[in-house]
Design a protein around this ligand. Structure first.
Ligand code: 13P
Ligand code: SF4
Length: 346
């Protein structure tokens, strides 16, 4: 069955030729990345989307990535997401309307202060547009520190959303760990106006369920069982996990680290399980381990991109039908594009 599906995907791709490019995030299933023209982290994929001339960009990833690709590509290019169910739960933790309401409270708590909002790529286009409208920008895990520097060059405080862990890890990287306050929009007790007035970095209370799961116990256990093991984690992990690890970085940085290691080295990987499985397969000369053994999770949004859906959208294109097109509303496109351009320039 898998062979037949592969043949069908290959036949459709042959038929479509240069009209189609497939971009695959590092967390996609093996059956998707095997067909991708380019595999990478969110930053690299957005750059590839900006560079491609293909008429159709098929995105192996989640909704916010496909939206960003639509914003970055030209108007005559079409972005297709093989499943409309592939929505990152963390992106849903900061809805633009909710952020609008919080913005009014936060700016009232710190009058006469320039607050620059920065949103992680893992957010929807309307939030990206909001950030641009207030002088802010987008970042990914590979350039969050640069986005903070951009903001502090232009304002007094940063509101970072939705991922509090990436925000906290970035504040540490910049030596600003004493400047943090959390803003929990769901808890009246979690909105401390006085603390907002006194702190330079306000962190929205969002998180990734896949990465929050890693603990320092996992790191201890892996080191006990493998004394030579080095540990690399994604900066969406909790602060104490990033601190205890040997290294932290975006999914592309995790790939580079394993690629550049000496054969026989042991690396324990604290991120989504599909990437760990890919690294094992791509680097049989290395000893690659999942940081939390069997308890490591896959991402339920990324998992929605089933290879059968990929087959379907490709065969529909061959038949002249565009399915699952991702189109950002024109009124958001320009400002969200500005927020992304600011990121691509830093
Ligand atoms: P990267 O930008 O590191 O690929 O991360 C994307 C993501 O969703 C991590 O959970
Ligand atoms: Fe979202 Fe986490 Fe999945 Fe990344 S791994 S897409 S942050 S839920």
């Amino acid at each position: 069955e898998a062979d037949e599906r592969t043949e069908r995907i290959e036949a459709a791709l042959e038929e479509l030729g240069d009209d189609v490019v497939i971009l695959g995030h590092n967390y996609q299933r093996r059956e998707i990345v095997e067909h991708a023209d380019f595999i990478g982290d969110s930053y690299e994929l957005s750059k590839r989307a900006a560079e491609t001339d293909a008429e159709y960009v098929i995105f192996g990833g989640v909704t916010f990535m496909a939206e960003s690709a639509d914003i970055i590509t030209d108007d005559d290019q079409t972005v297709i997401l093989p499943s409309m169910e592939a929505s990152c739960p963390m992106a849903g933790m900061a809805e633009a309307l909710q952020v609008d309401a919080a913005w009014a409270e936060i700016t009232a708590a710190a009058p006469d202060t320039d607050i620059i909002p920065i949103t992680y790529m893992n957010s929807y286009a309307d939030l990206k547009a909001f950030c641009a409208s207030q002088g802010g920008l987008v970042c990914t895990s590979s350039n969050a520190h640069k986005a903070f520097e951009y903001a502090f060059d232009r304002g007094d405080k940063v509101l970072f959303l939705p991922d509090k862990h990436l925000g906290e890890n970035t504040a540490h990287r910049l030596g600003m760990e004493d400047e943090i306050v959390e803003w929990d929009p769901w808890d009246p007790e979690g909105k401390d106006a006085e603390a907002v007035a006194e702190s330079d970095i306000i962190l929205w209370d969002g998180y990734c369920q896949v990465h929050e799961r890693f603990t320092t116990d996992h790191i201890e256990q892996v080191r006990d069982a493998n004394p030579d093991a080095q540990v690399i984690v994604h900066p969406e992990c909790r602060r104490e996990v990033v601190e205890a690890a040997d290294k932290a970085g975006s999914t592309a940085e995790i790939c580079r680290t394993v690629e550049e290691a000496d054969p026989g080295d042991t690396w324990a990987i604290g991120t989504e399980i599909h990437l760990t499985e890919h690294l094992k397969r791509w680097h049989p000369e290395m000893n690659v381990l999942p940081l939390c053994g069997d308890a490591c999770m896959d991402c339920n949004a990324m998992r929605q991109i089933d290879p059968n859906y990929l087959t379907w959208v490709l065969e529909e294109l061959v038949a002249g039908r565009e399915r699952n097109v991702i189109e950002v509303a024109p009124e958001e496109k320009e400002l969200a594009g500005l927020a992304l351009e600011r990121m691509l320039e830093i």
